[in-house]
Design a protein around this ligand. Structure first.
Ligand code: BES
Ligand code: MN
Ligand code: ZN
Length: 496
């Protein structure tokens, strides 16, 4: 655990790592402070190098004072008018990349605090803590974390403390997602996901589990078909966190494929291992509920996840099979690798029948095609409600988890027409794979329910470091949902 302290009185002279965060006009601030702490000579040397402090520019110096090595990091915060939660969180991430292997204590000083009382230091530290996550559980040689304390000088202690107390719960949720996604599929199997969900009980979340028998009773044959080739159980898990039932009721639905081999339409060996992360949607739902409950948010949310393994065996579902979904619609399973939409078909329908939410948002690593369309920066957004999209975009801008809306247009419907059943689970054409997947889901949505589908197949994982995460699992979605549920949905009062 890193101890975070906000204080007016920080001893900089004795700091081993000193971070100076300066806006683009901050050259004088940097030189003054360094002069005050370490004398004119050092100040001149360093500040001469800080001519322009554009946003995101980091300068890293090592100096020796009285025989002791000190690390001085100067970080450019850019233009005051562009300061935001997102810009400071990212900056915190960039700074953390420089200090992660350094000393136990870091002290932060800035000239950025503005009259509008924004808790910029809290955001900065939040970014550092988001970036501070690695997974070495299976490494024999573990590198112990050195960083123990971050001390920030601020004239706005209370506002920074209050926000940071909230942010720390969000960070916990994000880290939960990353851990669940990074665990291999032989560990994070359906029973383990169930255990993770049950661990939420202690935060006041009510857990309901449907096992195979229950699902058979409900007629969830689309989901059960996917599970047929696996020796592991399948579950639908509902998690209710209803601390204020006057608030709009929101259902978060998650795709929880603990492994997606493709089924009989087997995936190629290269990259198949990444399919341990095909349960990210479920992890985002679990992580979000944890975040909400930890901060005792006054909201009305149910999370429903379908947890299944897509495998091969003599009993596996076959291409050409026809299943009757819980809704009564018949589906031709043209491709066993388009399994996520089969699972979600029943989970979305069940969530609506059982909980009658006003808003449904699903998270799914649904299509490889979303990476072709949007790369790793934007998640795909599909929705039947312009207003819901606008509101989600507000949160996306606030937290920097970007969404791009794609068409959910009837003109693509022909692509999923089946000769034998009501619909089939893949498009006949070659293009628009993410759109036809979303259109398939729409068949299981009541048109009066405001619904958004977020395809996170390319944003959940990156082979490169990102501003707020190391390469690997990103935890994309928790911060978005926290802001949407706590700040947009609950506060604007309108149910439209
Ligand atoms: N889980 C995959 C999608 C995916 C791909 C997630 C890459 C993360 C990274 C999904 O179940 C899948 O296999 N989709 C197929 C659909 C196709 C058969 C229509 C795909 O994208 O190839
Ligand atoms: Mn698949
Ligand atoms: Zn999948």
């Amino acid at each position: 655990m890193i101890d975070v302290v906000f204080s007016v009185d920080v001893d900089f002279k004795s700091a081993n790592v000193l971070v100076l965060v300066a806006d683009e006009t901050g050259k004088n601030f940097v030189s003054e402070k360094l002069k005050m702490f370490f004398g004119a000579e050092i100040s001149k040397c360093i500040s001469d190098e800080c001519e322009e402090l554009a946003y995101g520019k980091i300068k890293n110096f090592n100096i020796v004072i009285d025989g002791k090595m000190k690390n001085i990091i100067i970080a450019g915060a850019g233009n005051q008018n562009k300061f935001s939660r997102s810009s400071f969180e990212k900056l915190g991430g960039y700074i953390f990349s420089q200090i992660k292997s350094s000393e136990a204590e870091v002290r932060v000083f800035s000239n950025c605090e503005s009259a509008n009382n924004e808790p910029l230091m809290a955001y900065l530290v939040s970014g550092m803590m988001l970036k501070n996550w690695t997974f070495d559980k299976y490494k024999s040689d573990k590198v112990p974390a050195k960083l123990k304390k971050i001390e920030c000088k601020t004239g706005y202690i209370q506002v920074n403390k209050d926000i940071f107390d909230k942010l720390i719960n969000i960070i916990d949720g994000v880290h939960t997602v990353r851990r669940m996604v990074t665990e291999p599929a032989n560990v994070m199997d359906p029973d383990k996901v169930l255990e993770e969900a049950k661990a939420l009980k202690k935060f006041g979340i009510k857990i309901t589990v449907l096992d195979k028998k229950d699902m058979e009773k409900q007629g969830m044959n689309a989901l059960l078909g996917v599970s047929k080739g696996s020796d592991k159980p399948a579950y639908v898990i509902a998690m209710e966190y209803k601390s204020d039932e006057s608030k709009p009721s929101i259902a978060l639905v998650g795709k929880g494929l603990t492994f997606d081999s493709g089924g009989l339409c087997l995936k190629p060996a290269k990259g198949m291992g990444e399919m341990k992360g095909d349960m990210t949607g479920a992890a985002v739902v679990i992580g979000t509920l944890k975040t909400l409950a930890l901060q005792q948010a006054k909201v009305n949310v149910v999370g429903v996840v379908g947890v299944v393994e897509n495998m091969i065996s003599g009993n596996a579902q076959k291409p050409g099979d026809v299943v009757v979904a819980m809704s009564g619609k018949t589906i031709e399973v043209d491709n066993t690798d388009a399994e996520g939409r089969l699972v979600l078909a029943d989970v979305l329908w069940y969530a609506k029948q059982k909980y009658a939410p006003e808003i449904v948002i699903d998270f799914a690593t649904l299509t490889g095609a979303i990476q072709v369309a949007l790369g790793h920066e934007f998640a795909g957004l599909f929705s039947n409600s312009d207003r819901l999209c606008d509101n989600l975009q507000k949160s996306a801008a606030t937290v920097g988890e970007k969404l791009w809306r794609l068409p959910l247009h009837d003109s693509y419907e022909d692509d999923i027409k089946s000769d034998i059943a009501d619909i089939k689970n893949v498009g006949s054409g070659r293009g628009a794979g993410s759109i036809t997947a979303a259109l398939f889901l729409k068949h299981f949505i009541d048109p009066d329910t405001k619904w958004a589908h977020i395809d996170i197949a390319a944003t959940e994982w990156d082979s490169k470091d990102r501003a707020l995460s190391q390469k690997g699992a990103t935890g994309f979605g928790v911060r978005l949902m926290d802001d949407f549920i706590c700040n947009i949905c609950s506060k604007n009062g309108s149910r439209k």
